[in-house]
Design a protein around this ligand. Structure first.
Ligand code: TXA
Ligand code: MG
Length: 327
């Protein structure tokens, strides 16, 4: 597809993207997890544009992206938190990469970014294109996933363009996202790191490096106050077509079924999107959102999807799918 909004990551386009960001415009950027809708984190006006473009409630704070851990330190309030430097040292071992930390915020961060919370979520993404953009523009960049609120997350430049076309200056094409599922979010607390959202870094890896991990799982029916991260709504990541787990579908005569399969299967369906020949969890995570979008745009009436074992990145896959199938 030839789309003028989508630009290749040439040095000239990286400079242009940085200029747009410094001017307060929105830019679609590739990260290793999903594409982000980027804006100058220090500009209240730019942040207001992000919330408006996504149709995102102002109570749902944004993640701030910086190019390295030294830039991250400037956003953190270490004062009076003598437990924090040690934990931050462990956290930065996961950077650059798909880990977001929630920490006490420095006063310079606008309230709009953190939805008035006294903490800020920070991440150092590893994607080379976004690393280059962050270094070029030299300001912290707030970036939620670049989808309209509650729709399936974007893992390719065309996904960003299709949802947000007239609200952004450009999308820098960094190819298909490698991880394919959002970052893991942990809050650093005196008692240890607490898992707020499972994601690209597994709980097993966090436990190995931190020595512990506090976990509180949010299930269907939780009130917003009791949810670990303000944006973890019970219904989220949802296609427009009815989606259910394969085991839960009660077929109706004449209905055309699209099956998003995690490995080869004998189940009858009108169309099959096969994510992996072997059921490999990383491959499934990488392809899941793109195939959900494709299936949603297909002629099928209803969609079914497989489930996977909840180990490693499988926890994040099932977390997203439970929300995606929620009516
Ligand atoms: O992989 C990712 O994290 C992607 C890429 C673009 O970096 N970003 C992303 O952003 O997933 P978003 O806005 O779709 O999800 C951010 C989540 C939301 O659930 C939000 O409520 C939570 O992070 N969050 C942000 N700041 C927080 C804070 N101070 N405390 C608790 N949760 C926070
Ligand atoms: Mg999101």
């Amino acid at each position: 597809m030839n789309d003028a909004l989508i630009v290749d990551p040439s040095p000239a386009n990286i400079r242009r993207a940085a200029e747009c960001l410094r001017a307060g415009d929105l830019v679609g950027i590739p990260t290793e997890t999903v594409y982000g809708l980027a804006a100058d984190a220090m500009s209240e006006d730019a942040i207001a544009k992000v919330f408006a473009a996504k149709g995102r409630p102002a109570t749902n704070p944004l993640i701030v992206h910086v190019h390295d851990s030294v830039a991250a330190e400037r956003l953190i309030d270490f004062d009076g938190h003598d437990w924090l430097p040690g934990m931050f040292r462990v956290a930065k071992g996961f950077w650059p990469g798909p880990l977001t930390i929630v920490v006490p915020r420095a006063p310079l961060i606008p309230d709009a970014v953190t939805a008035g919370l006294d903490t800020v979520a920070i991440r150092v993404p590893s994607h080379p294109v976004t690393q280059a953009i962050l270094r070029e523009c030299g300001i912290p960049i707030a970036a939620p996933s670049a989808n309209v609120s509650n729709y399936v997350s974007p893992t390719a430049a065309r996904h960003v363009a299709s949802g947000l076309r007239d609200r952004i200056a450009m999308v820098v094409d960094g190819g298909e996202c490698d991880v394919g599922i959002e970052s893991t979010i942990i809050r650093l607390e005196e008692a240890g790191p607490r898992l707020l959202r499972p994601g690209g870094v597994s709980a097993e890896e966090l436990r190995r490096d931190f020595g512990s991990l506090l976990v509180k799982r949010a299930g269907k029916g939780d009130s917003q106050e009791s949810m670990p991260a303000p944006g973890m709504f019970p219904k989220h990541y949802s296609p427009r077509k009815p989606l259910s787990f394969a085991k839960d579908l009660k077929p109706i005569d004449g209905q055309s079924i699209g099956h998003i399969a995690f490995k080869p299967s004998t189940r009858e369906a009108n169309r099959v999107w096969l994510l992996s020949e072997t059921g490999d969890l990383h491959e499934i995570a990488k392809k899941m959102f793109a195939n959900l979008r494709e299936a949603d745009d297909s002629e099928c009436d209803v969609l079914i999807i497989d489930e996977c074992e909840e180990v490693g990145v499988g926890v994040a896959i099932m977390d997203r799918l439970r929300r995606a199938v929620t009516k």
